[in-house]
Design a protein around this ligand. Sequence first.
Ligand code: RP5
Length: 164
Amino acid sequence: MKKKLKNNKVAIVMGSQSDYSTMQYCEQVLKILKVKFETKIVSAHRTPDRMYKFAKSAEKNNISVIVAGAGGSAHLPGMIAALTSIPVIGVPIESKKLKGLDSLLSIAQMPKGIPVGTVAIGKDGAINAGLFAASIIANSNNQIKKNLNNWRTKQTKSVKKKPK
Ligand code: RP5
């Protein structure tokens, strides 16, 4: 069955305002690739009702991919993934005490049954989450596929043959 074109939106969520300095890089990538997105603060432990409502209504709100950034004992991506079958990409936020290793392990080490795609800790992860989300959308949207391929071609061309 062909996916309806309107199902092309990415939701970027994060556990705290403090995560935005990292998650803004995901927004930047989606803007460049002209992927529609919405951004929200949704915390699994501080606003559990908001998280539940967000995840349960994501499909009817035409969300096709969820990017969830969280730090510390980062259960947000896994909790959202448990509430919806929309693909969830988790971005481990760099935590102060353990430098994000705690976030990475709690997102990546999901027990079998509920998968969460996991990217690198911090800015690189947020950028790759945007690219990953765009590549999922590109499966059913030729324009986004074109934008993504152009972006990659540009990246390839920007690599010099010799160091200065
Ligand atoms: C998590 O706790 C958030 O994802 C954030 O990374 C971490 C710390 O939050 P704040 O204390 O900075 O609000 O919920």
